[in-house]
Design a protein around this ligand. Structure first.
Ligand code: ADP
Ligand code: MG
Length: 315
């Protein structure tokens, strides 16, 4: 394997969409290529890399299109939204990496694996859907869709009503062996996009897609453990993790141990839906033999790997 080791690099929403004014596909390409350039630099320095990514806004766009066209065309089920976005975002990253390798004179190839992730059909999340998806609706519309389509709906932070779906815990990556083989053969692999396509296993062992969303950080952690990655790097919109984030007594962290991470998590420094799942994912990775995790922003990946910035979490 590579000289530096094997890394899972999980890229967040800011690696595809910078702000609401830059959401088009060409905008997403430009943004994705910036992150891909930094990842190519990491590969140039000797890392083997598997990339995972989020897909929240992109699934939102597909659902909105599907909604607007629903008197003309069939709706797109959520598992298909996952597959569609893994393909489209995977293509974007493959092309960005191709061009980055070309420019750097590197002989490398990136490939995307459409990835299914098994969840427990008895996961308590199915009894308590909490993840808002798709467009906002009026209360009347929301209740009508609940009645007609069996949707779970909820008011989202005073901004309107939305459909909510379960966010079950990822248990098993169906295509893990394929991912491992590709890594062993020197490919840069893009996998478990959007947390993976959620599937359940039926009594006869067969798989079936479900209307749910898996957290991409937790799925990335499962992947990092599954391929025995030496490093789990989470790239997001902040250079470092903070205690008392956005409060007057905020402190940026250069380093924390697993025990400290757990304590700070319990003390409520990392909210659900943003930093919380990242820290949870890292705790799970380190508890299962992971050696090091880093949280930083895309433009700081190279410096963070040199130990100059980012938050480093160690056992
Ligand atoms: P991603 O799309 O990368 O998953 P999220 O928005 O889900 O990004 O989570 C990252 C965000 O979490 C940061 O950009 C920051 O605004 C927020 N955040 C919340 N708590 C903290 C914290 N303690 N330290 C740093 N950032 C935090
Ligand atoms: Mg997130």
């Amino acid at each position: 394997m590579g000289r530096k080791g094997l890394a899972v690099v999980a890229i967040g929403g800011n690696s595809l969409i910078k702000d609401p004014q830059h959401q088009t596909v060409p905008d997403q390409f430009a943004t994705a290529c910036e992150t891909a350039w930094h990842i190519a630099g990491m590969i140039e320095e000797g890392w083997d890399v598997v990339i995972t990514h989020g897909n929240g806004p992109q699934v939102g766009f597909i659902l909105l299109r599907s909604e607007l066209a629903r008197h003309v065309l069939h709706p797109v089920p959520l598992d298909s939204c996952g597959a569609d976005t893994q393909g489209a975002i995977g293509y974007m990253l493959q092309q960005c990496l191709y061009n980055a390798f070309l420019k750097k004179g590197m002989k490398k190839q990136a490939v995307t694996v459409v990835t299914q992730v098994v969840v427990d059909r008895n996961d308590p999340a199915f009894q308590n859907p909490t993840k808002p998806i798709g467009p906002f609706m009026s209360k009347e519309e929301a209740l009508k869709r609940k009645e007609e389509e069996g949707w779970d709906v909820m008011e989202d932070a005073g901004r309107g009503w939305r459909r909510v779906v379960p966010s079950p815990y990822p248990l098993e990556i169906v295509e893990l062996d394929a991912i491992k083989s590709l890594v062993d053969q020197g490919f840069v692999v893009i996998a478990v996009g959007g947390g993976g396509i959620p599937v359940i296993r039926l009594d006869d062992g067969s798989l079936k897609g479900v209307e749910a969303v898996i957290d991409k950080d937790l799925a990335s952690s499962l992947l990092a453990v599954g391929i025995k990655a030496d490093l789990f790097l989470i790239s997001t919109a902040v250079e470092k993790v903070a205690l008392n984030y956005k409060k007057p007594n905020q402190v940026w962290l250069d380093r924390m141990t697993l025990e400290e991470a757990k304590r700070y998590y319990d003390e409520g420094h990392f909210p659900p839906g943003s930093m919380g799942p990242k820290i949870k994912a890292i705790i799970s990775y380190l508890e299962q033999g992971g050696k090091e995790a880093i949280i930083t922003s895309p433009e700081n990946i190279t410096r963070a790997l040199r130990g100059e910035t980012g938050t480093h979490i160690v056992p």
